[in-house]
Design a protein around this ligand. Sequence first.
Ligand code: 5RP
Length: 225
Amino acid sequence: MNQKKLVGDEAATFVEDNMTVGLGTGSTAEYMVKAVAKRVKEEGLQLTCVSTSTVTEKLAKDLGLNVKNLAEVGTIDLTIDGADEISPDYQGIKGGGGALLFEKIVATNSKKNIWIADATKLVDTLGAFPLPVEVVPFGSEHLFATFSKKGYQPSYRLDAEGNKFKTDAGHFIIDLHLEKIEEPKKLAQALKNEVGVVEHGLFIDIVDQVIVSNEDGEIEIFHAK
Ligand code: 5RP
């Protein structure tokens, strides 16, 4: 049972003709992009898409979707994206794929956000998944030391060659191994207050709807707002 494909296909049914659609990043979002492209081909939908990463942009363009820069579009009608962890009050950690900054920019410029995930992403408390923090390379070692002192257990994200991973915007990612985030809003604010932090992977009060599939292939849709 391919749970990621199930939720990707389901989410694509929420796309309507003439919409501007934000396309998320990651292995689950990939299925959604393919399902949206299939609908465009089969039903002749007229869509304008914006992407949350260079990887998704390439996939979407290869599949024939009409992808524009964010600057070229007005409000985005609907953004569909994956998530790394989702709490019972629908706060989330995103950025496992390193696209958190563009994902958050697209999400916060969208009228509606849908997250798609398999049921393993639903957690009681956020934090077992390392929290990505996107930082400016200049002086990031000092920020790393600050995070260490605060007990955040930081580690630089590395690429396949063992070099510091660079985001699409040219920043580094420091992953925080927090185990449990008791107060996500407080932590989100504290991280934003650190000079050199560009963005963090806590997505607070952003999602409207969550589509989840369990091991039996049953789909559940939760309404966060
Ligand atoms: C990328 C993301 C992804 O949406 C998140 O990591 C989930 O990915 P996947 O669907 O591959 O599990 O936030 O930055």
